[in-house]
Structures are given as C-alpha cells and as structure tokens.
Design a protein around this ligand. Structure first.
Ligand SMILES: C[S@@+](CC[C@H](N)C(=O)[O-])C[C@H]1O[C@@H](n2cnc3c(N)ncnc32)[C@H](O)[C@@H]1O
Length: 208
C-alpha cells in the first residue's frame, strides 16, 4: 500500500499507507447532503469509518453550520484524517474519535449519520485481489452485510428527531437493506446511483 497525495475535486487528500483510498465519487455524497440540508441552522453530523476523512472534510468545507464527529477503528486512519483536516483548513469543525462503530460515542445524538463501511464478502475475495486497501476497510461478515446491519440497528439510538442515515453499499445489496430497514423501524427514502449507473448510497430516516 503506497502513500499518496490525491486531488479530489477541490480537496487535497493525503492517503497514508494502510488507509482506504477514497474512490472518485465524493460528489454523490455532496449531492445527497444538498438534498437533505435545506437550511443554514446548526446541525450535528457523525461519520462512521472516516478513513482519510474526505467525506467529513467535504461537508465541513461546504457547511459552516455543521459540527462533525468523525470516527474510525484504525488509529492510522484517524491520524491520516486529522492531518487532512488540517491540510484543508477544517480541523476546528471536526472532532475525531477512535471507536468501534458507536462504542465510544456515549449518548450523543446526530441529525445525520453517514458511513461508507466495509461491505464486500470475503467469499468473493478472489475478484478483489487487485484492491490495495486494508482488509478491515473492505470485508464484512454475513455476505458483506454485517457492519451495515450493525450501523442501521444502532443508528436509531443516536438520532435526534427527524434524522437521516446515509449509507454506502454494494449495488446488489439494496433490497436486503430495504428489508432490514423495515424490520428495525427505519424509513427508506431513496438510493443514489454511482457514475456507472449502479445503486450505491441509500438514505434512511427515523421519520416518514
Ligand atoms: C470503505 S472504508 C471508507 C473510508 C472513507 N469513509 C471513504 O469513504 O473513503 C471503511 C472504513 O471503516 C473503518 N472501519 C472498519 N471497521 C470499523 C469499525 N468496526 N468501527 C469503525 N470503523 C471501522 C475502516 O478502518 C475504514 O477506514
């Protein structure tokens, strides 16, 4: 795994060794946030599994009214994300916490929770041999759904009133996520496609 400085739109992101390299689709997240955030009132956003910090940095750059909490289980990732926040001059708007999903977040509540968790199945690992990212950023148990389901279940305890969960997944997991949402009282809102036309990010809420 190499270390690299990459330009994503207007952000300078250094990808440290052993940290997931963000893909080129940060603008899908930006479009979703513009859709969900309709006013300039202060709000709290939690990013789970921040990696290089790109998603949190992009939102902190666009909304001066946001308080971002960004977590990761990997200390390498958190260190990398903190440096990138400084590089892009948003470190005062982002608080970084080492956490296994929600484990170290106490009972704080958020208006938006966003995550691009690991969602590939280890059973298909032979198809992903060319990927240079750490396994912990790629693979999840239960056919790739274990971490997504954990986040969906536990998000409910960290929502304010009228909050959203924005979650990235594999193109063929959309139906499973919709079904799981109905079991855990989350309301399915919409799914955004990536530049190749594949379902990629779904949005859920705790209100209709
Ligand atoms: C696919 S990467 C996404 C990184 C970044 N958000 C992005 O989109 O470029 C998944 C991230 O989740 C982190 N992660 C994996 N398991 C985790 C867990 N149990 N708790 C918190 N973070 C975790 C990984 O270290 C990795 O940084």
């Amino acid at each position: 795994m190499k270390s690299n400085l990459i330009q994503f739109e207007k952000f300078n992101i250094h990808v440290s060794k052993d940290v997931f390299c963000p893909r080129e689709d940060i603008d899908i997240y930006q479009k979703i946030f513009r859709n969900l955030i309709k006013n300039d009132r202060e709000f709290d956003l939690l990013e789970l599994g921040t990696g290089t910090g790109l998603i949190s940095i992009a939102i902190a750059k666009e909304y001066s009214s946001v308080n971002v909490t960004a977590t990761d289980i990997s200390l390498n990732a958190l260190q990398n994300a903190k440096e990138n926040a400084e590089r892009n001059k948003v470190s005062k708007n982002i608080k970084f916490i080492k956490s296994n999903w929600f484990s170290n977040l106490e009972d704080k509540k958020y208006n938006i929770i966003v995550s691009n968790p690991p969602y590939l199945s280890k059973k298909n690992a032979k198809h992903y041999q060319s990927l240079d990212d750490p396994d912990i950023s790629l693979y999840s148990k239960n056919d790739g759904l274990y971490d997504i389901y954990t986040i969906m279940l536990e998000s409910k305890d960290h929502f304010k009133e009228n909050s959203y969960l924005v979650i990235e997944h594999s193109h063929n997991q959309t139906l499973e996520l919709k079904n799981f949402a109905s079991k855990c009282n989350l309301c399915y809102n919409f799914t955004k496609k990536d530049i190749l036309g594949f379902n990629r990010i779904s949005v859920f809420s705790n209100f209709i």
